[in-house]
Ligand binder design. Structure first.
Ligand SMILES: Nc1ncnc2c1ncn2[C@@H]1O[C@H](COP(=O)(O)OP(=O)(O)O)[C@@H](O)[C@H]1O
Ligand SMILES: [Mg+2]
Length: 232
């Protein structure tokens, strides 16, 4: 069973189900996750994605649609099928819950709009629809606002969420210089100890080094310093 916090809608359809925010999604249905649906006016996300994310609008509020895909070696096993272990542990429902939790606490993460899965034998496919944050650049492009980035990461850890892929493309900076965290696929909820916090920060260090070399590392040092100051 899924624990649906008050106010989360659940709609079952033939091969699966979707959860949604009834305040933002007026007509829930599997078509919300189909990038070829003309009502969505889907445009592929250019920067930082795995080629399976789209900006959508029209039928829904400005949003990002993402189909769950594996990266790296695991993609050779299957690109988009995951082993079914129950509804609440589907990638989409789990990410929806984490975003709902953080957004509900006022953290700068996009609001989840809807999450869905489709079952096929012992496997399932999944997709999620998330509020689009307007006028942002990724940290990878901007290499700015280390203080705001540190604050966002610290707030997430204090809210007991560990990010599974905290790279420079999963941190967005808006016009006001505020930092937003995205991409909570496989994130975990529960106390985040020192080691786990460090692993998030080191993942970000590797990423900044990869995208920008020394400039990236310089940016990371400032993020790290600001994070340490918040922890003290
Ligand atoms: N809520 C959002 N608002 C604005 N841009 C976003 C949002 N979510 C994702 N993006 C953009 O799309 C890219 C890919 O999205 P992401 O959720 O990280 O998927 P993945 O990395 O799995 O492909 C991000 O790096 C960012 O550039
Ligand atoms: Mg990403």
């Amino acid at each position: 069973m899924i624990s649906t916090p008050l106010g989360t809608g659940l709609l079952r359809f033939k091969s699966g189900a979707l959860c949604f925010d009834p305040a933002r999604i007026g007509r829930p249905g599997p078509a919300l996750f189909d990038p070829s649906n003309p009502a969505l006016q889907a445009a592929s996300v250019a920067v930082g994605g795995r080629q399976s994310a789209w900006f959508v609008s029209g039928e829904v509020p400005a949003a990002v649609l993402r189909h769950y895909r594996r990266g790296g070696l695991a993609a050779r096993v299957s690109r988009d099928r995951y082993l079914w272990t129950g509804e609440s542990s589907t990638r989409s429902f789990a990410e929806f819950r984490i975003l709902q939790l953080l957004h509900g606490q006022g953290l700068r993460v996009p609001a989840p709009l809807a999450g869905a899965y489709w079952r096929a034998g012992p496997f399932y496919r999944a997709a999620i629809l998330i509020e689009r944050i307007p006028q942002v650049r990724t940290l990878a492009e901007a290499l700015e606002a280390p203080q705001a980035v540190a604050q966002a990461i610290f707030a997430m850890h204090e809210a007991e969420v560990w990010h599974a892929d905290l790279n420079a493309y999963n941190i967005l900076l808006d016009k006001a210089g505020l930092a937003w965290l995205i991409d909570f696929d496989r994130a975990r909820h529960g106390p985040v100890g020192l080691q786990a916090r460090r692993s998030n920060l080191l993942r970000l260090r590797r990423s900044l080094n990869k995208v920008a070399g020394q400039r990236g590392l310089d940016c990371w040092v400032q993020i790290h310093r600001a994070y340490e100051a918040l922890s003290a």
